[in-house]
Structure formats: structure tokens, C-alpha cells
Design a protein around this ligand. Structure first.
Ligand code: ZN
Length: 410
């Protein structure tokens, strides 16, 4: 790049000023920063050449574009590739371990099978099993004689069988308790030897793989869905009350990002705070995200519930069977705190009453007629960590002068 005329340093930035653009070196940049120009007005030329969204996210175009660009710019092909390599490695390691376990299992049963065979060969030797086998063989031969049923042959066959029976009995007697200590001793040794060999064989273990699986891919689903969300950020009319990041976080939490029909259906400052207007806009709709602000607090607050906002003269609680409703507060330091519905209170997630404003839980968050006033007292049906410092809870419990309420149908 050309050098800066003022400082003779390399031009590295484009500075976006009101209706003018300036090419700048690092020193120009420092000067502008000292003059109080915001950091987001600087564009690093090297970066914008790689990522066109860097330019588009900083110029004054429609907010939904700006949101989309400023989020998608956070991700590069290199990021995706690194992410992919990392997870594929985790899984390959697990695959290797499983292959190792397959081999171990194969070996283990091969050795076991051999041990069993040699044990039986030895056992047969000890009890001179071939003698017994000969007797049985003799019986089989006898059977094969011939099928003629002459009386003589029948008699002979019978005699041969009787002899075989006697010999088998004799063979068994050799081994019966007390008759042959040597056989007994040999059998005992043989059993001991077999048991030792089996016991000393290492049993294949899946424990290592289980541990590896647990530590290795426990976060897989979460990581991959976050990554896919980063690659495909929300393209939605954004909130004027919540910061971009907090708004995105809330939408991500609700996991309705695939729904292309995200839209703002009510905006108090534009549509008016009359209770009837409010109800006409939201009646019988579900999956609503409500974002509010009072005049005298820096906090933004609100709630989300999948429940249907039934407009009815009969006030009633609505049940959120999935227990995914939540309230939230964006504190003045822009930190976002979420207060999920308590599971045992999910049947009373919201309260619908056409004469009042939105009501979440008991009096966790309630706005009265015409949005004039209300209460915020989180901790009844919505969970609030008791450790949360009460001092930081600078909002409520009385709410007055509600200056804005945005309602998104997700
Ligand atoms: Zn310069």
C-alpha cells in the first residue's frame, strides 16, 4: 500500500467518518482514537480483503443485514477446517481404540478356545478316555453288523452289548472315589492348571473407550450445533432494547432459528400501549418473545414462553409442558441473566387475562392494564439463584412508566 502522507507510515486502515472515508496508517488511527472516534469505525484493510462482510457490517445499512454480517464475519473457512480436524481426530482416536478392542477380543477368545481344547486333550489322557471311546466304538460297530433279524444274530448282538456294558462299568469304577488316587490327583492338577491359565489371561476392557468417549465427544452435539449456528446466524429484525449478542443468545436458547417466520408483531412505542391493542396483536399466538424497558431503569427485561396467549374473558394459567419458558434481564453492564421456569411450576408458565398486560408465572413478571405499571419479582414460578446479589437486582419489584415493549413471534 501507499504510505500515509502525514506520517510516512504504511496505510493499513480505512476509517469511516461521517460521509467521508480516510485511508490511515497506525499513527492516524491512534490520533483518531484519541479524538474519541469509536473503534468500530476502523476497518483493517488486510481483513476486509478476505471478508467482505467486515465492510458491510460497519456501514450504515439495514439492521437485519448488519446483524447477519457482523455475526457471520466471526467465522472463516479456516475456523471450519480447524473445527473439523479437531473433531475428526477425536473420533479417529476413538475408532482406533475400538479397533484395538476388536483385536484384543479376537485374541482373547482364540486363546480361551485353545486353552479349552488343550485342557480337554489332557483330561482325556488322564482318564485314559481312549479306552472308553473304544467301547463306544465297539457298540457302534455292533449296530452296523447287518439288519437281518435271525435269532442267532439277535442273541450274539445282545451278548456283545452286555459285555460292553460291563466294561464301561469297570472303566467307571476305576475312577470312582477312593479307587484311584493317582487319577484324582492328576485331575486336580489339570483343573488347577487350566484355571490358572484362564485367570492370567487379561480380559479385554471397554472402560478405556468409555472414558475416552465421555471425555472425547461429550460436547460434540453442543459444539457442532453452535458451530452450525455461527455459520448460519439469525437474519431477523433485531431488538432495539437488547444488545445484538444477547438477542442472538436468547434466540439460540429458544432454538427456533430454523423458523423463517421470525417477526416482530407488536411494538408498544409504535402500536400503542392500550391493553386492547396489545391483545389484538398477540391473541391466540404462541412462541412469543417479549422484551421490555421502563423509563427509569437501565435494565431490559422480558420473557419467552411457547404457550398460547389466549385472549379470553376467563383469566387462566397456561401450561408449558416442555418447561422451556424463561424470563431474562439484561443488566446495565449488558450482562444477560436467564431465569428458567421451575419444573414444578410449568403448568402455570403464563397467565392470560384480556384486561391486563403480559403475565409470566405468579407475579414473577406482570404488567397491568395499559402497561402503566407492573411487578417484577422473579423467584416464584421462575428460578432465580438465591445467591444472586440482591444489590444487583436494581429492577423492580415495582415497574412504572414502561416505555417500550417489543414482541417477536418465533
Ligand atoms: Zn498517518
Amino acid at each position: 500500500m501507499e504510505k500515509c502522507a502525514k506520517h510516512q507510515d504504511d496505510i493499513k486502515y480505512i476509517i469511516l467518518e461521517q460521509n467521508s472515508v480516510k485511508l490511515a496508517c497506525p499513527e492516524c488511527r491512534d490520533e483518531k482514537l484519541e479524538q474519541g472516534l469509536q473503534l468500530e469505525k476502523f476497518i483493517l484493510i488486510q481483513k476486509v480483503l478476505k471478508l467482505p462482510e467486515v465492510l458491510l457490517s460497519k456501514i450504515d445499512i439495514d439492521m437485519p443485514f448488519k446483524n447477519f454480517f457482523s455475526n457471520i464475519v466471526k467465522i472463516t473457512n479456516e475456523d471450519l477446517n480447524n473445527f473439523k480436524i479437531e473433531w475428526i481426530k477425536q473420533m479417529s482416536d476413538i475408532k482406533d481404540s475400538i479397533e484395538k478392542l476388536i483385536n484384543e477380543t479376537n485374541n482373547y477368545f482364540e486363546i480361551l478356545s485353545n486353552l479349552l481344547s488343550s485342557y480337554r486333550i489332557e483330561l482325556k489322557k488322564i482318564i485314559k478316555f481312549e479306552i472308553f471311546e473304544q467301547y463306544i466304538q465297539a457298540n457302534i460297530n455292533n449296530e452296523n453288523f447287518n439288519q437281518q433279524t435271525s435269532a442267532i444274530i439277535q442273541k450274539t448282538r445282545h451278548e456283545i452289548n452286555t459285555q460292553i456294558e460291563l466294561k464301561i462299568q469297570e472303566y467307571i469304577n476305576q475312577m470312582i472315589k477312593g479307587n484311584n488316587d493317582e487319577i484324582k490327583k492328576n485331575i486336580e492338577e489339570q483343573i488347577k492348571d487350566y484355571k490358572n491359565k484362564v485367570i492370567n489371561l487379561k480380559i479385554p476392557s471397554s472402560k478405556e473407550i468409555l472414558d475416552q468417549l465421555k471425555s472425547g465427544i461429550e460436547g460434540f452435539q453442543k459444539a457442532i450445533s453452535e458451530k452450525s449456528h455461527q455459520v448460519n446466524p439469525f437474519y431477523i429484525k433485531c431488538s432495539n432494547l437488547l444488545t445484538n449478542t444477547n438477542f442472538q443468545d436468547i434466540l439460540f436458547r429458544i432454538k427456533q432459528q430454523q423458523n423463517p417466520n421470525n417477526q416482530i408483531i407488536y411494538q408498544g412505542s409504535k402500536d400503542g400501549f392500550q391493553t386492547t391493542t396489545f391483545w389484538n396483536k398477540i391473541q391466540n399466538k404462541s412462541n412469543l418473545l417479549m422484551i421490555m424497558k421502563t423509563k427509569n431503569s437501565q435494565c431490559t427485561f422480558g420473557g419467552y414462553s411457547p404457550c398460547q396467549w389466549i385472549k379470553s374473558p376467563q383469566p387462566q394459567f397456561m401450561s408449558d409442558d416442555q418447561a422451556i419458558s424463561f424470563l431474562f434481564i439484561q443488566f446495565p453492564n449488558l450482562q444477560l441473566q436467564i431465569y428458567p421456569i421451575k419444573n414444578d411450576c410449568k403448568h402455570e408458565a403464563i397467565f392470560v387475562n384480556q384486561n391486563l398486560g403480559p403475565q409470566f408465572g405468579k407475579n414473577d413478571l406482570q404488567l397491568f392494564a395499559e402497561f402503566k405499571e407492573g411487578n417484577i419479582n422473579i423467584g416464584q414460578h421462575y428460578f432465580r439463584d438465591p445467591k444472586e446479589n440482591l444489590q444487583t437486582f436494581i429492577l423492580g419489584p415495582k415497574l412504572t412508566e414502561i416505555m417500550e415493549c417489543e414482541i417477536f413471534q418465533l
